[in-house]
Design a protein around this ligand. Structure first.
Ligand SMILES: [Zn+2]
Length: 506
């Protein structure tokens, strides 16, 4: 026991018990698939709403490349994130469960303990599993799943000036790499060397990024202030790594663009600024942050330009995968963890409101070697991706997964009244019942938004909104008073789901 680590031991123990329970027929089947196993590569662009994607009808042409490539993909036109920001949205992608189940609901929290072994990385345990994210919140989740990740590329490996300076000055404290340099230096104020250190650092940084800075008129893309990166370099590095790792692989790459701060490359910066685009003015919401339409439009333009930048880089990645031959043998996924909102006085996605731009995200699935496209218009969820990929690669779908195999790939009829849900529960203790929540429920044309526990709604502290998103995709006509029957049907289901998810914590 002393010669092997605890983790190795657990791995061996896990393998041994699997061998005992897997019936011989399944073992044979999996051996047959061994030679024919396709890779899986999930590409996530953070905070990319379907609302601002021209492929999905947005007036600005933000995704010319995606539109071209979509002719070779299965395109999901009504696809929804599981949550409204990175932690819950990504955890839903990675576990195939909704936030009220996996409980990664608070900022920078992880999933509940037993979910550490219930990730997509765990389910692909016969694959080489490689993971990268610019986003610190995603790395928090990776750390929980680490015993099932073969290769976690450190976040700072793709920062522009991560070449040992951090370790030289601060020793081996890996946390310093994940917070901003400015804050690190600030934290050391009070020490006699802090001024010297910050000057040394600034000179070093400016020199390192001098040339590349010229390519970014709004400033260099960054994580937590000044951990600079460029999307093209990140994609180059990871695409080249894919040619070196063992196959089959399951890759999960989560890039920060077009997440704020919106800093497109000079080839895209300014592309939409001052154009004739007119955003639709909507009534101020009860959760309004008081942002004017003018302010929101000013933010929207560089965001759209950052999408244009991401669209270009995704196409470049696609071409690299194609020319290296990897695409031929890989299920390639394009999606996002949640959306972004520029309406009703609200900006970004840290809001209780669950309007379409926050929750509706792109999903494109490129089949290995396929060159024809198809379209899916049914409502689908981020939690459906993991079971679909497991199904497509001949893996068993674990019983705790809440999602279902996506429509074009499912062999048996979909369960009736499946419904699509998204959950915002940021200000709850993960191990207590959720008492303040925004939850979305979509059934056919109807979308219900249920708010519970908010002071904004007075003594009852709850309210629901109902939209026919097919005839009213901009959600301007609330039907909660006129269509009470449908509203209460959808409401009862969502309340029941919430009660069930709270049971273990009562
Ligand atoms: Zn995010």
């Amino acid at each position: 026991m002393s010669k092997i680590s605890r983790r190795d031991f657990l791995k061996l123990a896990g393998l041994a018990s699997l061998g005992m329970v897997v019936p011989p027929s399944v073992q044979q089947k999996s051996q047959q698939l061994q030679n024919d196993k396709k890779n899986v590569l999930i590409i996530v662009f953070d905070a990319l709403t379907a609302y601002n994607i021209s492929l999905h009808g947005y007036a600005r042409e933000t995704t010319p490349n995606l539109a071209r490539l979509s002719k070779r993909a299965t395109v999901f036109h009504n696809h929804y994130a599981g949550g409204n920001y990175t932690t819950p949205g990504t955890a839903s992608l990675l576990t195939g469960t909704l936030p009220w189940t996996h409980r990664a609901i608070r900022f920078n929290d992880g999933v509940k303990n037993d979910f550490a072994a219930k990730s997509i990385f765990h389910a692909f345990d016969d694959y080489h599993r490689i993971a990268y994210s610019h986003n610190t919140l995603v790395n928090t989740l990776f750390k929980q799943f680490i015993s099932d990740i073969s290769e976690h590329v450190p976040q700072e490996d793709l920062f522009l000036f991560n070449d040992g300076f951090i370790r030289t000055v601060f020793g081996n404290d890996e946390d310093t790499a994940t917070v901003s340099w400015a804050r690190t230096v600030k934290r050391t104020e009070g020490f006699s060397y802090s001024l010297f250190l910050s000057q040394l650092y600034e000179a070093y940084r400016d020199n390192k990024v001098k040339d590349v800075s010229k390519l970014y008129p709004n400033g260099l893309p960054s994580v937590n202030n000044d951990n600079y990166f460029t999307l093209d370099q990140s994609i180059d590095t990871l695409a080249s790594r894919l040619t070196e790792i063992p196959q089959p692989f399951m890759g999960y790459f989560h890039f920060l663009p077009p997440h704020y701060p919106y800093k497109p490359h000079k080839d895209f910066a300014g592309a939409f600024t001052g154009d004739s685009f007119k955003s639709l003015s909507k009534p101020e919401d009860i959760f309004s942050e008081g942002r004017s339409d003018e302010f929101l439009d000013k933010q929207r333009a560089p965001y759209d330009e950052f999408i244009l930048n991401a669209d270009h880089e995704f196409a470049r990645l696609f071409e690299m995968l194609e020319s290296s031959g990897i695409l031929e043998n890989t299920w390639l996924i394009f999606t996002s963890d949640h959306g972004e909102l520029f309406e009703r006085g609200i900006w970004t996605h840290s809001t209780a409101a669950l309007y379409q731009p926050v929750v509706r995200v792109p999903l494109l699935i490129f089949e290995p070697g396929n060159s024809t496209g198809r379209d899916v218009y049914e409502a689908t969820s981020a939690i459906d991706l993991m079971p679909t990929l497991l199904h497509l690669t001949g893996h068993e779908i674990p019983s705790w997964v809440e999602g279902s195999i996506l429509p074009p790939y499912v062999t048996s009829p979909l369960p009736p009244n499946k419904g699509v849900f998204a959950v915002q529960a940021r200000y709850n203790e993960p191990t207590f019942p959720i008492t303040q929540v925004s939850a979305m429920h979509i059934q056919d044309n109807y979308k219900l938004i249920y708010y519970l526990g908010y002071e904004e709604f007075g003594a009852e502290k709850e309210r629901f909104l109902l939209y026919d998103i097919k005839s009213d995709p901009e959600e301007l006509n609330d039907l909660s008073q006129t269509n009470r029957e449908i509203g209460s049907d959808l409401l009862n289901i969502i309340k029941q789901k919430l009660d069930e998810s709270n049971k273990p914590y009562l």
